[in-house]
Design a protein around this ligand. Structure first.
Ligand SMILES: Cc1ncc(COP(=O)(O)O)c(C=O)c1O
Length: 369
């Protein structure tokens, strides 16, 4: 199968590009002593797990379904976290979790008797964070994400083996990361000295080009040694950054002062985070003098991928490739407008292109009743 024969729209995942990130992950594991678990909330396309699980230690999840998926399709260590567990969640995850992390002391106490034979953790909200988006800031005012009071945490230390912080969002600034880790050492040193492991969460862009990997590894190693804890990281985006394209075809070009190109996919349905965070998609094409707004085909007026100046002239049938389409895309795709859902295609390490999944009318039908 070559790319020309596949009908758009489709997500094209490149294992070679994931491998580039995984090699950095292996480097971090080796040089820092940290363990790294994949955050399934970002990327759950399990057709690629045979590759990813050679380089990572397991998965972390945000719901009982993700926990089950991690256990079933990835294996290795399965971590569970949920902002709030139900009784049924606990019944399901206790069978398959290696670690269960609670978001509140109330939930920890409530479920303790059911799960005390499993390693338990508590999420701490350090009260500071790095995020360019208020929406994704875990330390925002009135945040419900994690416990902040050291005094209260000290009272339940006998019930937990570890703690979890998640306080970064797309943080590509090592200095800021390093300063915040120092603040964690000072503020939570007493707690760290009493637990076996600490997860520092996700949101660190350490697989980006030019990230100072050696300084990062050194910082983590020192932190682990100083507090005598096993460090975990929970990367999502860093595992799959720049490894996937959403491939689309131009269906129409309309003019309303500007040239507006309409493709056979939708921001709202297929790259929702762009809309949530009000950012534009990157496209894989050369810059030039042809100006276009590129828009999705849903009915939403703001279904806009972005505005671009590109070298080639677009026409009906032109292919447009949106870059960086792995993280928080496939996990969030939806059936808005009943639009055709992009197929999932994987280019394997050996160059073979496999259509992993095609979605048909029946999938739409069965998602409703
Ligand atoms: C608790 C937790 N861990 C890990 C992640 C993964 O973050 P990222 O995909 O930015 O690395 C998130 C993202 O929201 C999270 O909330």
């Amino acid at each position: 199968m070559n790319k020309q024969q596949i009908k758009t729209p489709y997500y094209l995942i490149s294992e070679k590009k994931i491998l580039k990130n995984l090699k950095k992950i292996k480097y971090v594991k080796t040089h820092s002593g940290a363990k790294l678990v994949l955050a399934l909330k970002c990327f759950s396309t399990w057709a690629t797990f045979d590759l990813i699980n050679k380089y990572m230690d397991g998965t972390t999840s945000s719901s009982s379904y993700e926990t089950k998926l991690g256990h079933q399709k990835f294996g290795k260590e399965t971590h569970s976290f949920s902002v709030a567990y139900s009784v049924d969640d606990i019944k399901e995850i206790r069978k398959v979790s290696d670690k269960i992390i609670f978001n509140s002391i109330y939930q920890l106490k409530m479920f303790y008797k059911n799960v005390k034979d499993i390693e338990l953790g508590l999420r701490i909200n350090p009260g500071f964070s790095y995020s360019n988006f208020d929406l994704a800031d875990p330390a925002k005012k009135f945040s419900r994400l994690g416990v902040s009071s050291v005094r209260k945490i000290m009272t339940i230390l006998n019930k937990i083996d570890g703690i979890m912080f998640h306080y970064n969002c797309e943080n590509n600034d090592f200095k800021i990361f390093s300063n915040m880790l120092d603040k964690i050492s000072v503020k939570f040193g007493k707690i760290l000295s009493k637990v076996k492991w600490v997860s520092l969460g996700g949101g660190i862009s350490f697989t980006k080009d030019d990230y100072p990997l050696d300084a990062f590894c050194h910082k983590l190693k020192k932190f682990g040694e100083d507090h005598k804890v096993q460090i975990y990281l929970e990367p999502g985006e860093a595992v799959v950054t720049n490894s996937c394209e959403l491939v689309t075809t131009v269906l129409d070009i309309v003019k309303n002062i500007k040239n507006i190109v309409i493709v056979d996919a939708s921001v709202e349905a297929h790259m929702l985070d762009l809309l949530v965070y009000r950012t534009f998609a990157k496209i894989n094409t050369k810059a030039g003098n042809n100006k276009y707004i590129i828009a999705g085909k849903s009915c939403l007026a703001g279904d806009i991928f972005g505005e671009y100046k590109i070298s080639n002239k677009l026409k009906i049938g032109s292919i447009i490739r949106f870059a960086d389409a792995a993280g928080y895309t496939m996990v969030k795709k939806n059936w808005f407008n009943g639009l055709k859902m992009p197929s999932i295609v994987v280019k394997r390490l050996n160059g073979k292109i496999e259509i992993i999944k095609q979605f048909l009318y029946n999938d739409f039908l069965n998602s409703l009743s």
